[in-house]
Design a protein around this ligand. Structure first.
Ligand SMILES: [Zn+2]
Ligand SMILES: [Zn+2]
Length: 435
């Protein structure tokens, strides 16, 4: 980390904020935030919330914008469909990964040769960035590389039965900082539902049971005899009655990932995101980080949001019906006052391959939350099973020798209680083991 400069050049500092974002669409030249001290490229430093020069130490604070993040009106957007596209300044070209189809927006004059999502070589030729809906909001990187690497190392160290290569990967710390595109949708919903309400009630029921007893057979012997007996019992039944009604609900910031290159289960675990801290987009926040262009378009994005809202509306309808059980036959929902925005959210990603299978480790660069998929070392697991079996065998042998009892009777002996501490100690040992 370069030290803060003692002298910050104050004259003719080119401000990246002096031109409105729309200009980039016309000029298509982009901008790369040159250092006013030495001309080198400035990168965004999450720790200082500033554009930093790695060579001369120049730092330029990025002030929080006074404006609020703008939501776009859905109806208005589709009416003015011609004027909606632009490119992000400083990202005038893009390249699509052949392997995972991610579209990486390339930072001007910065060479990117690997896909940040899957780690494959970017074989396609970069092309001019297509115009797109510009981001309205951004959650800037907050967790820096050092903190992400530490989280990564700790995670790897805590994985039992991980192949040793995983440790190497952690040592290398191959983490890519990437802004992942998301859509958020707001919608006022009005739903009409029909269904049934089920209320429990108790009822006395008669039933026939069979009882067996021994009775004398008249010749001085007792014999077993089974006869039917009528009995009663309380049972719970459901009384169904028709139900219908209206449910209104306002949805705020329903979040949909606009990238197809991060598995959805991994993404779900990365959340929640502090969307309330979302800032108006400024291209400076992207400097030095990868950015993906959304591959889930606005309309398919809204369909995903709609299915999320539908699920919640169904629960609201059930709550409205009340009773002990509910059935919904139909739910008709109208959406009004839909607004949306394109938001970039920061993730540290480490894609890695083990025996030709792709695994990923991701760190939420706002909260430091780490999630990942990992391979298992089968020989480590196998060796452990053998070791545990050997201990069980030893314990059985030992116990049988001490009690000189048949081994079969020892099966009722609480072996598991005896073994657990040994077992646990061994697992811990494996966790530290590296071959
Ligand atoms: Zn400099
Ligand atoms: Zn890829």
């Amino acid at each position: 980390m370069p030290a803060m400069p003692s002298e910050v050049p104050s004259t003719d500092v080119p401000s990246a904020r002096e031109s409105p974002a729309g200009d980039a669409a016309e000029s298509n030249t982009g901008r790369k935030f040159p250092c006013p001290g030495c001309g080198a490229k400035l990168d965004f430093d999450p720790g200082q919330r500033a554009l930093n020069c790695p060579y001369c130490g120049y730092a330029e604070q990025i002030d929080p914008s006074a404006e609020a993040v703008r939501e776009r009106d859905w109806e208005e957007y589709w009416k003015n469909a011609d004027s909606r596209g632009a490119t992000i300044e400083g990202r005038s070209s893009e390249v699509q990964c052949k392997a995972c189809a991610a579209v990486v927006l390339l930072e001007d004059k910065v060479v990117t040769d690997k896909c940040p999502y899957c780690g494959n070589d970017l074989e396609n030729k970069p092309v001019s960035a297509e115009s797109m809906i510009l981001p309205e909001g951004i959650l800037p990187f907050k967790v820096d590389l050092k903190r992400a690497k530490n989280a990564f190392r700790q995670w790897v160290a805590e994985r039992w039965f991980a192949p040793s290569d995983l440790r190497h990967l952690a040592d290398l710390g191959q983490l890519n900082g990437i802004y992942v595109p998301f859509w958020t949708f707001d919608s006022m919903t009005y739903s009409h539902y029909t269904g049934q309400r089920g209320d429990n009630y108790q009822e006395m029921e008669t039933y026939v049971d069979h009882e067996t007893s021994s009775v004398p057979d008249g010749r001085g012997n007792m014999v077993m005899q089974t006869r039917p007996v009528t009995k009663t019992r309380m049972v719970t039944r459901i009384r169904w009655t028709p139900a219908s009604g209206e449910v209104d609900h306002f949805f705020d910031d329903v979040l949909v990932c606009a990238s197809k290159s991060i598995p959805s289960d991994l993404l779900a675990e990365l959340g929640p995101w502090d969307l309330q801290n979302c800032e108006p987009f400024q291209p400076q926040f992207l400097a030095g980080f990868q950015t993906e262009r959304y591959t889930v378009d606005l309309k398919p994005g809204f369909e995903v949001a709609r299915s999320i809202m539908d699920g919640e509306i169904r629960s609201l309808c059930c709550a409205d019906i009340g009773g002990d059980h509910q059935q919904l036959h139909s739910v008709q929902t109208q959406h009004a006052a839909i607004t949306f925005k394109h938001v970039l959210q920061p993730v540290w990603l480490a894609p890695y391959r083990y025996r030709d299978k792709l695994y990923r480790i991701a760190v939420n660069a706002r909260t430091g939350e780490l999630v990942g998929t990992r391979p298992y070392s089968f020989w480590k697991i196998g060796l452990t099973i053998l070791f545990v079996l050997a201990i069980i065998g030893f314990v059985l042998l030992f116990a049988s020798a001490v009690r000189s009892a048949p081994v079969a009777s020892l099966l009722s002996f609480p072996v598991s209680d005896f073994i657990r501490p040994l077992n646990f100690g061994f697992f811990s040992a494996v966790g530290q083991f590296s071959a």
